[in-house]
Design a protein around this ligand. Structure first.
Ligand code: SF4
Length: 211
């Protein structure tokens, strides 16, 4: 595989063809925040917190680094005032949905975000898709999926699959970036509808999914 040389924050970085800017930056020790990214999963480009400034052929644009492939001679900046502002606003929007999320509160600290800027709509799910994609791509079970679109979009467990598979798994729970463990809550609701005795099993601590 051909090696690609690019510059990230002034540092010359080499990455394999097909790697993303996020991969290349992290391999070089340059931190870029994400909440929807997981090494075991296909890039999703959902949270956009990994936004960077990418300059190639005299053009500069903002790009989600988790889905942006490395290019020869690309010049990437990961922390400009504009990027910091984008991450700040995105964090503020996510916090409206999950105000107690430790992951988001830490980002709020890093990007000076105001956690009360937007009216709270505590759905406790920020639609990062980690639980959905982990179940589909790693477990290949599709016990949990997205339903609806736009403001009513949410995750939902298939009660039959969940009743059969989730008892012994629960590997998606620790992936959830909201402190409310929304995946656990939705699973519990769905299993309760399926079987009234589901509460206890769904509420037991999850096995840690290793990256
Ligand atoms: S429940 Fe958690 S892991 Fe699943 S999509 Fe919502 S925020 Fe992401």
């Amino acid at each position: 595989m051909t090696d690609i040389t690019l510059t990230i924050d002034g540092q010359t970085v080499t990455a394999s063809e097909g790697a993303t800017v996020l991969d290349a930056a992290r391999a070089a020790g340059i931190a870029i925040p994400t909440v929807c990214h997981h090494e075991k999963l296909e890039p999703f480009g959902g949270c956009r917190l990994c936004v960077v400034e990418a300059e190639a052929g005299g053009r500069t644009s903002l790009a989600a680094s988790c889905i942006f492939p490395v290019q020869q001679g690309l010049n990437v900046r990961t922390r400009t005032p504009q990027i910091e502002q984008v991450r700040k606003v995105l964090t503020e929007q996510l916090l409206a949905h999950a105000p107690e999320s430790e992951v988001l509160l830490k980002l709020a600290e890093d990007y000076h975000a105001n956690k009360d800027r937007f009216p709270r709509e505590p759905s406790f799910c920020i639609l990062c898709g980690l639980c959905v994609r982990y179940c589909a791509e790693v477990k290949q079970l599709n016990a949990v999926s997205f339903v609806d679109r736009g403001p009513t979009r949410e995750i939902s467990f298939d009660p039959e699959i969940a009743n059969r598979e989730c008892w012994e798994c629960k590997e998606c729970f620790p992936l959830c970036p909201t402190s409310a463990l929304q995946a656990a809550y939705v699973l519990m609701k769905s299993l309760t509808a399926f079987s009234p005795s589901a509460h206890c099993a769904a509420a037991t601590p999850a096995k840690q999914a290793t990256a």
